[in-house]
Design a protein around this ligand. Structure first.
Ligand SMILES: [Zn+2]
Length: 202
């Protein structure tokens, strides 16, 4: 209604209601873009943008260059370790090392980083955080970290647990009891990432 739709709210009118909302949103953005364009004219930027579209495109649209690599993901990892010297700490360090190997293996695995499962570092990043690209805004980029927690509370009554992800708080929780070797780690993570839709997300 705030968008200017005056018809009857009903399922049959859904299309025209949506059209009103879309139109309203677009109309609001156009003056902003226009203002932006005028501002850019001060620097003759629109002229440059016309003649060098390829150079200017990445300034406005996130592209392939923003796809994350293993180095970026690891650099932004913030493992929440237990006390140094404890048995838990050792398990946690092992898991982070597995993660490092895993990401490196995926990145090195041939054509366009695609493994037999179709995994890429970008896909893993998406699984962990809900986004595949590096944050575009510098302020956002600065604060972009992924928390890694460890769950040591598994009993041995079951055979498998999967890591859980909370995309909102960008936290991954690894079940340490099930990730004792690299092979275990790789299998469980690959399964979790490839079947993310079927697992509950926290
Ligand atoms: Zn378990």
């Amino acid at each position: 209604v705030t968008c200017g739709y005056t018809g009857i709210v009903s399922l049959e009118n859904k299309d025209s209601m949506i059209r009103t909302v879309v139109l309203h949103s677009t109309m609001r953005v156009i003056p902003m873009l226009d203002q932006l364009r005028k501002g850019l004219q001060l620097y003759d930027l629109p002229k440059i943008m016309k003649t060098h579209q390829d150079l200017c495109l990445p300034l406005f649209v996130p592209g392939e260059d923003d796809e994350v690599d293993a180095a970026f993901l690891l650099e932004r990892s913030r493992p929440v370790f237990s006390e140094v010297g404890s048995a838990k700490h050792q398990k946690e360090v092992n898991i982070i090392n597995f993660l490092q190997d895993y990401l490196q293996e995926i990145e090195d695995s041939g054509i366009k980083d695609v493994t037999p499962e179709g995994l890429t570092v970008g896909r893993i990043m998406q699984w962990m955080t809900g986004q595949r690209h590096k944050p575009v805004l510098p302020s956002e980029n600065k604060d972009f970290v992924i928390y890694m927690k460890f769950n040591h509370d598994c009993d041995t009554q079951h055979t498998v647990c999967f890591p859980t992800v909370s995309a909102c708080s960008r936290t991954v929780t690894f079940p340490s009891a099930h990730l004792k070797t690299y092979t275990e780690f790789k299998n469980i993570l690959t399964l979790a990432i490839c079947h993310e839709q079927t697992f509950d997300r926290v």
